[in-house]
Design a protein around this ligand. Structure first.
Ligand code: PMP
Length: 423
């Protein structure tokens, strides 16, 4: 198995020469130093949520201790400081994604809310009976259900790109699904259940030939791959702060500026209006039109700190380190008896899902937990993927740039214990 695409993302071999000092980096994450069940914590559940560096934790405390205030409406000092910090965070997200304008960044609650926002604005306005929305068979529930809901409402049809036994999208089937009826293509950048990196550049280009808008679910993509939404040319890109080393309760929706301008509001309330009377309300400009009510101010600010931190380390170096780790883990796990990796795409990143003969994933997870190893077990909110591979659940190890080969070795030893217990 190779990870061709993430290697491309990591760039030339010179990046490998300036390796990450992982031991140093780990000092930035206070949570990683603890013991669980009497063993050093080995945190391999990064696809569910990533740990937070001290700069993020400190930013939260600093906000509440020194400038907690509501934003945008206040003339007083604290409100101005908070507003400035919040809007600076927007610019940081803009730079991370290489969006052309900061107003193209909308702060939302999470990837889930970002996708619901697009379904309930773009989808509600543009979908008509008989239109089609294309998703893939490897989507997280949050990139299926919002589309299903709006399709039902509009009498539109949800079409699904199938996947092969390796967990790769069948591009010829995708091509066949696209037509003048396709209004939206909503596809994940990296599958949270399989680790597959999808060829989104090509998929976006193909969708545009039919004037379909493309939403990329970047929940797993943004933390692991360098991004450029202008080069990708997608209409929407969504990610969650908490998987990007930031806090929960905040996420980012990127949308092309002109497109956002043309969309109706998502939720009504304060901040998203210019004027309100009982006869008529006029709506605010983008991005404020989509940020009704008091937003997660501290969340956005702390996410901005996480973005600074990640950019400082370098997404290319991160991709390189994670790729090495991922290859090592794949090699080690592939050698184990009774273990089958689910998802063996040629292009993969940071996620290894596996099943063990006659041993339920929850038992695997419980025994690993006794060894201090945190992995996720279950359907990973991707039940169609479980159905496709005819498994009830998988165990999933997912890596971040603070993980080490030694931790992979602890995982492998832990799986050895699982085999001992059950065989
Ligand atoms: N899409 C993918 C690919 C994910 O992995 C996740 C989280 N597991 C989500 C969407 C939803 O993210 P959140 O729960 O932060 O909204």
């Amino acid at each position: 198995m190779t990870t061709g695409q993430s290697m491309t993302a990591a760039g030339s071999s010179s990046i490998g020469e300036s390796r990450l000092d992982v031991e140093q980096i780990r000092q930035d994450f206070p949570i990683l130093g603890q013991q669980v069940n009497g063993k050093p914590l080995v945190y391999l559940d990064n696809a569910a949520t990533a740990q937070k560096p001290r700069v993020v934790i400190d930013a939260i405390q600093e906000y509440y201790q020194t400038y907690n205030s509501n934003i945008h409406r206040g003339v007083h000092h604290l409100s101005q400081v908070a507003t400035e910090a919040y809007e600076k965070a927007r610019v940081k997200a803009q730079r991370l994604l290489n969006a052309s304008e900061s107003r193209e960044i909308i702060f939302v609650r999470s990837t889930t809310e970002a996708i619901n926002l697009v379904a309930q604005t773009f989808g509600r306005e543009r979908l008509q009976a008989g239109d089609e929305v294309v998703v893939s068979a490897m989507e997280h529930h949050s990139n299926i259900v919002p589309w299903q809901m709006i399709c039902q409402e509009k009498d539109a049809r949800l079409r699904v790109i199938p996947i092969n036994d390796k967990g790769e999208l069948l591009l010829e089937e995708y091509e066949r699904l696209l037509s003048e009826r396709t209004r939206v293509v909503a596809v994940t950048h990296i599958s949270n259940a399989l680790g597959t990196i999808n060829p989104i550049e090509q998929m976006i280009e193909m969708a545009h030939q039919y004037d379909a808008a493309v939403l990329i679910d970047g929940a797993q993509g943004a933390p692991h791959l360098p991004l450029d939404v202008q080069a990708l040319d997608c209409e929407f890109y969504a990610f969650s702060g908490h998987k990007f080393y930031g806090p929960t309760g905040v996420g980012v929706l990127y949308g092309k500026g002109d497109l956002l301008d043309s969309l109706p509001p998502y939720q009504g309330g304060g901040e998203m209006i210019l004027s309100v009377s009982f006869e008529e309300t006029t709506y605010n400009v983008v991005p404020h039109r989509f940020e009704a009510g008091t937003p997660n101010i501290v969340g956005a600010i702390a996410l901005g700190k996480a973005i600074d931190y990640v950019i400082h380390i370098g997404l290319e170096r991160i991709a390189y380190h994670e790729d090495e780790l991922f290859r090592y883990a794949t090699q080690q796990l592939s050698g184990l008896p009774d273990l089958t990796i689910i998802g063996t795409a040629d292009s993969k990143a940071s996620i290894i899902s596996f099943v063990m003969d006659d041993i339920h994933a929850h038992d695997v997870g419980t025994i690993l937990d006794q060894e201090g190893v945190a992995v996720r077990t279950g359907h990973h909110c991707a039940q169609p993927v479980m159905d496709r591979f005819e498994v009830p659940a998988t165990s999933r190890a997912s890596f971040a740039f603070y993980n080490t080969k030694e931790e992979v070795d602890v995982l492998v030893e832990g799986i050895g214990k699982v085999i001992e217990v059950f065989k």
